[in-house]
Design a binder for this molecule. Structure first.
Ligand SMILES: *Cc1c(COP(=O)(O)O)cnc(C)c1O
Length: 466
C-alpha cells in the first residue's frame, strides 16, 4: 500500500481532460434550463481516471480504524462489533426503498419492525413504552428531560426546574439539562466512586420542591454498579422528582437486571452502543426513549418521521439473532472481559478503585509515576501497536483517567494481546520514556500538538504543487 502516491486531495491528481466516467444518454436535452439558473463557468471538479479515484479513496479508507480493523476498547462508548447480518437486513429493498411519506397501508411491515423493537426494549428494560425517534444518546436525554418537564407542568408544578447530576456523569447530562432550560445541581461521589447519598440528602434539604429529576448512569462511568439506587430512588420520588436513567451503560445489565425494576421512570438507550448498530464516524446513531406507564402522552416531536429507521432494523436484527436466551449472556461476558483485563494489568497501572467492575473500569495512569509518562503517552503508544486507544482523561474524577471497555465479543486471545502490549508500554515507560512520549511513530500522522490544534485550528488545506 502506498498512501503517499494516491493520497492527499483528489484534486491534486486532476489533469485536464482525464475522465473516469461515462454518463447515460441525456434524455432531457430538449428542456431549456433558464439562463438565470445556469452556472456561468464549469464546476471545478477533479478530472481523474477511474483507477486513480479508486486507489485514492481505498487508501484513505485504510487510514481509518474501526472495530473491523482491530481491538477498540474505548471506554463509555461500547464499541461493539456490528454483525454483517444487520447490514443484510437493513439493505433489503423492502426496507431500503421505503419512503417516509408512503401510504400507511403499504408500510405495515415497517410498522411491525418499529413495534417489535419497542416491545423488545420494554421487555429488556422493564419500562412500558418507547419512542424510537431520537437520533443519539444526547438527543434521547433531551427528549427524556422534555417529557419530565411536560409531566411536571401538566400537574401545574411549574417550579421544578432543577436536575440533580452526579459529578461522575457524562458531559451530555448537564448539557442536555441546560438545553432543556433546567438548572443542574451536582451531587458528589464518595471515595468508593458511588453517589454520595449523604451529599444528596443535604442537597434535598434545601431543594426538595424544585427538583424535576435526578439523572443517573448505572453502572456509572467508573464501571461501578450504584448499589444504593433503592434509597436514592426513594429520596427523589419522595420529594416529587422523577428518576432518569442514562442507558449508555446498559450493556452489562442485559440479562442481569432492568432499570424499570430499579425505580427509573424515563431512560434512553444508545442503540449504537448496546445494540450493535454502527457508531461514530461509522454511521448514524439512535437514542430511543422509554417511559413508565402514563408518561407516553408527553412524548414530544423531536425529529421528522420515525428516527433512523435503518438503525432500528439493525438493532432488532441483533436482538432477534441472539434471542431471549443468548442476550442474557451479553452482560455477564462483557463484565468478565473487563474484569479479566483489569486484574491482568493492575500491577502495572494504578487502579484507584479496586474490586469487581462491570463492563468497563478506569486506571489512573501508570502505577510507576516516576517516569513522567502520562496517560496521553500510553494512549498514543498503543496506536503504534495497532490498537485503538481507550478513553482518556474521562471521567474527571482522576488526573490520569484511562478508561477501558472491551465488550463481550472479544476472544481471550485478543484480550491477552492487549494485556501484553499494555505491559510492554509500562516497561518502555521505564526503559525508553522518550520513545513513548514521542509516540505515535508508525501512524500516517504523528503526534499532534493538541493545544495548538484547539487554539489555532487550520481548517483549510493548502494544495501541494505536483
Ligand atoms: C455515549 C454516552 C452518552 C451520549 O450518547 P451519544 O449517543 O454519544 O449522544 C451519554 N452518557 C454516557 C454515559 C455515554 O457513554
Amino acid at each position: 500500500m502506498n498512501n503517499k502516491l494516491y493520497g492527499n486531495l483528489i484534486f491534486e491528481w486532476s489533469h485536464p481532460g482525464r475522465k473516469g466516467y461515462s454518463l447515460p444518454k441525456n434524455e432531457f436535452g430538449h428542456y431549456d434550463i433558464p439562463s438565470a439558473m445556469r452556472r456561468a463557468n464549469d464546476a471545478e471538479l477533479p478530472e481523474c481516471d477511474e483507477m486513480t479515484v479508486v486507489r485514492h479513496y481505498t487508501n484513505h479508507s485504510a487510514n481509518n480504524f474501526g472495530v473491523n480493523n482491530g481491538f477498540y476498547p474505548l471506554g463509555s462508548c461500547t464499541m461493539k462489533y456490528n454483525p454483517v447480518i444487520n447490514e443484510e437486513t437493513a439493505s433489503m429493498p423492502a426496507f431500503s426503498k421505503l419512503h417516509p411519506l408512503q401510504p400507511v397501508d403499504t408500510v405495515e411491515g415497517a410498522q411491525e419492525v418499529y413495534d417489535t423493537l419497542c416491545k423488545s426494549l420494554c421487555a429488556l428494560t422493564g419500562l412500558d413504552a418507547f419512542t424510537l425517534t431520537p437520533f443519539a444518546g444526547a438527543h434521547g436525554e433531551l427528549t427524556g428531560l422534555m417529557i419530565i418537564r411536560a409531566y411536571h407542568e401538566s400537574r401545574g408544578d411549574m417550579k421544578r426546574t432543577k436536575v440533580i447530576v452526579p459529578d461522575s456523569a457524562h458531559g451530555t447530562n448537564p448539557a442536555s439539562a441546560a438545553v432543556c432550560g433546567l438548572e443542574v445541581l451536582e451531587v458528589k461521589s464518595r471515595a468508593n466512586g458511588l453517589v454520595d447519598v449523604d451529599d444528596l440528602k443535604a442537597l434535598l434539604e434545601t431543594h426538595s420542591d424544585d427538583i424535576a429529576a435526578m439523572m443517573m448512569t448505572n453502572p456509572n462511568t467508573l464501571g461501578l454498579f450504584e448499589k444504593e439506587i433503592p434509597q436514592i430512588e426513594q429520596l427523589i420520588h419522595h420529594c416529587g422528582g422523577l428518576m432518569y436513567y442514562d442507558g449508555a451503560n446498559l450493556n452489562p445489565m442485559l440479562g442481569a437486571c432492568r432499570p424499570g425494576d430499579m425505580g427509573f421512570d424515563v431512560m434512553h438507550i444508545n442503540l449504537h452502543k448496546t445494540f450493535s448498530t454502527p457508531h461514530g464516524g461509522g454511521g448514524p446513531g439512535a437514542g430511543p426513549v422509554g417511559v413508565r406507564k402514563g408518561l407516553e402522552q408527553f412524548f414530544p416531536t423531536v425529529g421528522a418521521y420515525h428516527g433512523n429507521f435503518a438503525v432500528i432494523i439493525r438493532a432488532l436484527t441483533y436482538i432477534l439473532t441472539l434471542g431471549k436466551e443468548n442476550i442474557k449472556m451479553v452482560g455477564p461476558l462483557a463484565t468478565l472481559n473487563a474484569n479479566y483485563i483489569k486484574e491482568s494489568l493492575k500491577d502495572a497501572y494504578r487502579l484507584p478503585i479496586d474490586g469487581l467492575c462491570k463492563h468497563e473500569f478506569v486506571f489512573d495512569g501508570l502505577a510507576d509515576k516516576s517516569t513522567g509518562v502520562t496517560t496521553m503517552d500510553v494512549a498514543k503508544r498503543l496506536l503504534d501497536y495497532g490498537y485503538h486507544a481507550p478513553t482518556i482523561y474521562f471521567p474527571l474524577l482522576f488526573h490520569e483517567s484511562l478508561m477501558i471497555e472491551p465488550t463481550e465479543n472479544e476472544s481471550k486471545e485478543t484480550l491477552d494481546g492487549f494485556v501484553d502490549v499494555m505491559h510492554k508500554i509500562a516497561e518502555e515507560a521505564i526503559s525508553m520514556p522518550d520513545e513513548v512520549k514521542g509516540a505515535p511513530h508508525n501512524t500516517p500522522i504523528g503526534r499532534v500538538d493538541d493545544v495548538l490544534a484547539a487554539k489555532h485550528p487550520v481548517v483549510t488545506y493548502k494544495q501541494m504543487t505536483q
